[in-house]
Design a protein around this ligand. Structure first.
Ligand SMILES: C[S@@+](CC[C@H](N)C(=O)[O-])C[C@H]1O[C@@H](n2cnc3c(N)ncnc32)[C@H](O)[C@@H]1O
Length: 100
């Protein structure tokens, strides 16, 4: 929070990507391990969704990180185009490798 001033006039001009200054790319191994740990839960949720959702044509995963969830979505909805979006290029590179 070092850069966030509660002076009321700072917000409009502030240029940070978020309020926390987290370096997401350095968290790649952690993000992957956590998403893999929770994969059974995500698969359960997606199976629930697939029963209620007609086959989607496009799924956009905003804040995809290394793409673990995006790849599970691709498995669950094989007819859909999955677009992974993230502010961190290194994480998107991992998502690309995982998708391949
Ligand atoms: C907690 S991680 C979640 C990653 C992934 N969805 C998962 O469940 O494993 C949040 C992700 O959002 C991305 N992110 C945060 N703020 C963003 C922004 N303003 N624009 C694009 N991506 C952003 C980060 O780079 C990071 O990969």
């Amino acid at each position: 929070m070092a850069h966030h001033h509660h002076d009321g006039g700072h917000r409009a001009g502030h240029h940070h990507h978020d309020h926390t200054d987290i370096d997401w790319s350095e968290m790649a191994p952690h993000l992957e391990a956590q998403a893999e740990l929770f994969t059974p839960l995500y698969e359960h949720a997606m199976a629930w969704l697939a029963k209620r959702q007609t086959e989607p044509g496009l799924i956009v995963d905003v804040g995809s990180g290394p793409g673990v969830v995006a790849c599970l979505l691709a498995d669950t909805f094989p007819g859909a185009r999955i677009v992974a979006v993230d502010g961190s290029a290194p994480l998107l590179e991992r998502a690309r490798a995982r998708a391949e």
